[in-house]
Design a binder for this molecule. Structure first.
Ligand code: NIG
Ligand code: FE
Length: 411
């Protein structure tokens, strides 16, 4: 197998030398790094790294004094959607809230009506174009949700597109079935019938094609109740789908303690948190995922990630990339917002955007840190960058090379 040695690295960031699959609380601050280093890639894996004289290899790559860090692991996105909702942006700027826009026929239903009319191939092309941009920005692990189909055929269509992206791109993609994202218009006055449809038709069809890795629900006033969410979690568990849930975006409905007690893989959003919600996540194995791009765009509170880390929770940071509440899929910006808006240190923010993000989609045995044997998906910055430089000079183009699954791209 071909070996490539990358030398002249100012440092390697986020080496995990104890095989830990996620870091909680105070551990998030501490990870070893190596200075004046080299890294050896063999095929699609990291073979070795170290300091001093670089080893012989089939190819030598000069990193020109750049810093090497793991690729971003974005554990919450809605990358597969049809068209755009830029028209809602103007309404938002005129002062309409997310809920008001949804009541006027915007929101999730707007995206669902567009997606139903979009051919699978077109949907794939639109999503692939977005994914190419995310690759340039350094994302190498990505979760993608359904939830803009809201009927069996269209939900399957979304998930098939996500699976095809996983095949075609050097990004590790995991999928979540989010049929319970909103009640579709044709079931407006029959929510129980829609819930039954999810359980008896959509879930079996998705499971038969192995299209989903997780089950998601939008638990929120005006969307799905806590009881409905728990019932759906149970239905998902029958198909061995762990839960990743949209909780506490606008309201605390008690979903966090209930989801933690039922061993949800992650609870995401968490902008509105009661003391009992924070208490439930302290020392828990359920990953608390903050989505600072959504807080920024909607002007809602930021997740109390500082407090969650201080209470020894496992915190991840993701984009929530979607056309309605978080139109940016740029993890570099999320890293910066994690520091400036949620008061994470740069080290904690890197952990949240890499190892803990990968853990939130059960991929941290292969991604999320620099370890011998892990997949060679990492980023190399331009010269002169130190760990704090990326969130400090936020919005700047820091990356020089993106390596995904052993393949290099100049950016
Ligand atoms: O995570 N909150 C629910 N779902 C998305 C928004 C979906 C949309 O507006 O299209 C979110 O914010
Ligand atoms: Fe979301």
């Amino acid at each position: 197998m071909k070996q490539t040695c990358i030398h002249h690295l100012s440092q390697i960031l986020h080496i995990e030398d104890q095989g830990r699959l996620k870091l909680r609380g105070t551990e998030m601050q501490h990870f070893p790094l190596s200075e004046h280093a080299w890294l050896l890639v063999e095929g699609s894996r990291i073979k070795d790294f170290g300091t001093g004289t670089p080893p012989q290899a089939d190819e030598q790559v000069d990193a020109k004094g750049g810093m090497l860090l793991p690729c971003w692991a974005d554990s919450h996105s809605h990358l597969v959607y049809a068209g755009s909702r830029e028209d809602e942006f103007t309404l938002k700027l005129r002062g309409y809230s997310y809920q008001q826009i949804a009541r006027q026929g915007g929101g999730i239903i707007n995206s669902a009506l567009k997606l139903r009319q979009t051919e699978e191939e077109t949907l794939y092309q639109q999503a692939a174009a977005r994914l190419n941009e995310l690759i340039t920005l350094g994302t190498g692990v990505l979760e993608i949700k359904s939830g803009y189909g809201l009927d069996t055929e269209s939900e399957l269509k979304m998930l098939r597109v996500a699976r095809r992206l996983d095949q075609d791109f050097p990004v590790a993609i995991r999928t979540s079935f989010l049929g319970a994202h909103a009640i579709p218009p044709e079931f407006k006055n029959e929510r129980d019938a829609y819930l039954k449809r999810i359980k008896t038709e959509m879930l079996p069809a998705i499971a038969a094609e192995k299209l989903a890795d997780y089950l998601d629900v939008f638990c929120e006033e005006g969307y799905f109740t806590l009881q409905e969410t728990l019932d759906l979690m149970e239905a998902g568990a029958q198909y061995a789908l762990p839960a990743k849930l949209h909780l506490n975006q606008f309201t605390s409905l008690g979903g966090v303690p209930a989801a933690v007690a039922r061993k949800a893989r992650s609870v995401d959003h968490l902008e509105v948190m009661e003391p009992a919600d924070i208490e439930a996540l302290a020392h828990s194995d359920t990953i608390a995922t903050a989505l600072p791009g959504c807080s920024h765009y909607l002007g809602i509170p930021y997740t109390p990630a500082r407090e969650l880390i201080d209470r020894e929770a496992v915190v991840a940071v993701a984009t929530d990339f979607n056309p309605g509440s978080a139109p940016s899929g740029n993890m570099n910006l999320m890293l910066a917002l994690a520091c400036t808006k949620m008061r994470l240190t740069p080290e904690e923010a890197y952990t949240a955007c890499t190892l803990n993000g990968a853990a939130a989609v059960d991929l941290s045995a292969d991604y999320g840190s620099i370890e011998r044997g892990k997949v060679a998906s990492f980023l190399i910055t331009k010269p002169g960058r130190r760990p704090a430089s990326l969130p400090y000079h936020w919005g700047h183009p820091h990356l020089a090379q993106v390596w995904l699954q052993g393949q290099a791209r100049q950016v």
